[in-house]
Design a protein around this ligand. Structure first.
Ligand code: FAD
Length: 529
């Protein structure tokens, strides 16, 4: 017999992993070995617009996990399977081969994944294999934070107010921030087992067909920006919490070059997390944690991030700070956004099926004639609006963008170019290393004013004023848009036409004021020109 843990794309870690911890505990109790497996599913990656960067990051993390588990004599069997429709029966065949009595996995909340898991449970029941699916991704699981009418929240602020008390469990309730124990070792004799022993020979594939990085240059750059493994994630978290902010340093391409390694005298004041409240919207410095690739892939748990903020608490009985007034409080609020959008996907599944949350806005007229060229110019970072282009080129270069620039670039596509937000959502998923359906869809529907708690349709960002606020030094634009590297002063945000022509930088695709009027008109009267 054996106990089996099914690892998925969002829980790529061995520490503080609930399904893995429970599987390991059960294996110890039943005196049987623990087996871990991962199914690479190219059809799912196509269906979900997964980026080659994300797949490469997945494989690199799987290699790290494989060696950590091997030290505990636990095999991680990694295999590629198509078509995705018969993954449930394939999983059952593995369970059968391994004489599994129980299967454990962390829940994935997207519709396709839930349907797949329901099918797995049905098939497993016939074979008398018990299935346990565990909440792990969010700090507070979907379904726990509900309105008085027992519905999911659709506005963030009341969600946050209702979410916060759950962090402090009442008597008899489990602590939502409790650390899930690390897995225990199997007996070394497993290596001699005729079936289980062979699983150790299987290595993690080098790549998944159709998801290769372009060339060695791209591969090296992405791998330097985003090193794999739980230790790398922990180090990035520690630097964010414990080391000095160095706002003079751009260092945008290599996150590990950010943040001096000097421990702070006063973490609450000098560290990057300490300065986060005021600095987080600045893109010309190193102001945010850059943990999103690790959180999206579950290389670090969101609980671990919250626990790290508790050590900054001045009080004797540390408690999570969720206030708007401190750096760590603001940071915890961002992690609450991650919970919020995941709850929305779980409770309002239509958002993960390409539909707007606000159904009445589903008939908005998008621009058709210019859409092809304009969409391509936006993707290439050649719109003629420097802050948008810098953001889009940052995404191409490192698979990541600062939140403020994501908002500006997304709103520019939807409101200035009047291009369907779903095309932008898809491009982000295909380009970013941290692509997460819930956060990406939430961000896009916010920008398109179609989502839960969206930007009101008439409050349209002026990309030039946004640029002055977010990149006051212009360093960010100069770094990512080399044509403008020598432009000084205010021109960097909106180069005069003659200067743009001289530097070989494109002129703006549209005039912002006219585009703004068009967007307001179309949003006011969905369905009309
Ligand atoms: P920090 O500021 O250090 O925040 C810490 C963590 O909190 C982040 O790593 C992330 O997990 C979470 N978080 C922060 N802001 C948000 C937010 N607005 N919504 C949800 N979670 C948040 N985030 C993704 O992880 N994946 C995506 O695919 C994604 N797509 C986006 C698309 C658009 C159009 C927009 C506007 C935002 C998107 N975001 C996405 C949210 C946000 O931009 C990133 O999480 C953030 O920029 C990551 O940088 P960081 O780790 O330094 O964040």
């Amino acid at each position: 017999d054996s106990i089996v843990y099914w690892m998925r794309m969002e829980d790529l870690r061995t520490r503080d992993n609930r399904a893995l911890a429970q599987a390991s505990e059960q294996a110890r109790e039943d005196h049987v070995p623990l087996i871990a497996f991962f199914v690479l599913s190219p059809h799912d990656y196509i269906a979900h617009d997964r980026s080659a960067r994300r797949i490469d990051f997945t494989l690199r993390n799987l290699r790290c996990i494989r060696s950590s588990l091997a030290e505990l004599h636990v095999p991680l069997y990694t295999t590629t399977h198509t078509p995705r429709t018969n993954i449930p029966s394939y999983v059952l065949s593995l369970l059968n081969e391994w004489n599994a009595t129980r299967l454990y996995a962390n829940i994935e909340y997207e519709v396709d994944e839930l349907r797949r898991d329901i099918k797995v449970c049905e098939l497993a029941r016939e074979k008398k294999v018990a299935c346990t699916f565990v909440h792990d991704k969010c700090i507070i699981p979907p379904g726990k934070v509900l309105t008085k009418g027992e519905k999911g929240y659709t506005v963030y602020s009341p969600f946050l107010r209702a979410w916060t008390p759950h962090l402090t469990p009442s008597k008899g309730e489990a602590d939502p921030l409790a650390y899930a124990p690390s897995p225990a070792a199997n007996s070394p004799s497993i290596h001699n087992h005729p079936v289980y022993g062979k699983l150790f020979d299987q290595s993690v594939p080098d790549e998944v067909d159709g998801f290769s990085l372009q060339d060695t240059e791209e591969r090296d750059r992405i791998r330097t920006c985003w090193p794999a493994g739980e230790d790398a994630a922990k180090e990035i978290l520690e630097r964010f919490v414990n080391t000095m902010a160095r706002s003079e340093q751009m260092g945008a391409v290599n996150p590990l070059s950010n943040g001096a390694k000097v421990p702070t005298k006063s973490p609450t004041k000098d560290s990057r997390i300490g300065k986060y409240k005021d600095a987080r919207d600045k893109v010309d410095a190193d102001t945010t944690s850059r943990l999103s690739p690790y959180l999206a892939a579950g290389v670090i748990s969101a609980r671990e991030c919250i626990r790290a903020t508790m050590q900054l608490s001045a009080s004797k009985a540390p408690k999570v700070d969720v206030s708007r007034e401190t750096g760590s409080g603001r940071w915890v609020q961002e992690i609450a956004w991650r919970d919020f959008y995941t709850h929305v996907v779980a409770l309002f599944p239509r958002v993960s099926m390409g539909r707007p949350f606000q159904e009445k806005l589903s008939s908005i007229k998008w621009e058709a004639d210019t859409a092809g060229d304009h969409l391509q110019a936006w993707k290439d970072g050649r719109t003629g609006v420097p802050i948008v282009d810098a953001g889009m080129r940052q995404a191409l270069a490192m698979g990541w963008m600062h939140n403020r620039v994501r908002m500006v670039a997304a709103m520019y596509l939807v409101k200035d170019l009047m291009i369907d937000w779903r095309l932008g959502e898809k491009h982000f998923m295909e380009t970013l290393i941290d692509g997460d359906l819930a956060s990406n869809n939430g961000g896009w529907q916010w920008s398109a004013s179609t989502g839960v708690d969206p930007a009101p349709y008439f409050r349209i960002f002026n990309p030039y004023t946004q640029s002055q606020k977010a990149d006051p030094t212009g360093d960010y634009i100069r770094y990512f848009v080399p044509e403008l590297a020598n432009v000084r002063g205010a021109d960097i945000h909106n180069p005069p036409p003659a200067l743009a022509d001289k530097l070989g930088y494109p002129r703006p695709l549209v005039k912002h004021d006219e585009a703004r009027q068009r967007a307001i008109r179309r949003y006011k009267n969905p369905g009309q020109e």
